[in-house]
Design a protein around this ligand. Structure first.
Ligand code: DQA
Length: 145
């Protein structure tokens, strides 16, 4: 099963960006953990990050065309982008929305997500482990057929 792990703006700076909120794992380390976990689960995992919304939209269109599952941390676009939600709504395979921090325990503007309403499920507040949990769930679902 093909899974795209897609990370939005500023997540390329994981490791040094507000470590008290997002931890010390770098994006390269997170990508490696996702690939290793995916390989152990029999998933074909690809990890990408962008600060450009049009690029993220293109990746979501690609996932829709390929029927790929998506693990998406939309980062700040979570709270701002109808375009991102519309692209997510067109996916055909499961979509798991992941947030490293507990967005519901932070500033009020982070509590609303344009994506959650079209996601299969949401993981928030479990650090970078949330990505690995999302992959485990996708593998379990794929095994159920
Ligand atoms: C985030 C939470 C968002 O509110 C924030 O803009 C991010 C990261 C998270 O992973 O906790 O960039 O999506």
């Amino acid at each position: 099963m093909k899974v795209l792990v897609l990370n939005g703006p500023n997540l390329g700076r994981l490791g040094t960006r507000e470590p008290a909120v997002y931890g010390r794992t770098t994006h390269a380390e997170l990508a490696e953990q996702c690939r290793a976990t995916g390989a152990a689960l029999g998933l074909d995992v690809e990890v990408r990050q962008t600060d450009a919304e049009h690029e993220m939209l293109g990746w979501l269109h690609e996932a829709a065309d390929d029927g790929a599952a998506v693990v998406l941390n939309p980062a700040a676009w979570t709270h701002t982008s109808v375009a991102l939600r519309d692209a997510c709504a067109a996916l055909t395979a499961p979509l798991v929305e992941v947030h490293i921090s507990n967005v519901h325990a932070r500033e009020p503007f982070r509590a609303h997500s344009y994506v959650s309403g079209v996601a299969t499920g949401v993981v928030a507040g479990l650090g970078t482990d949330g990505y690995l949990l999302a992959l485990r769930w996708l593998a379990g679902r794929a095994a159920q057929g």
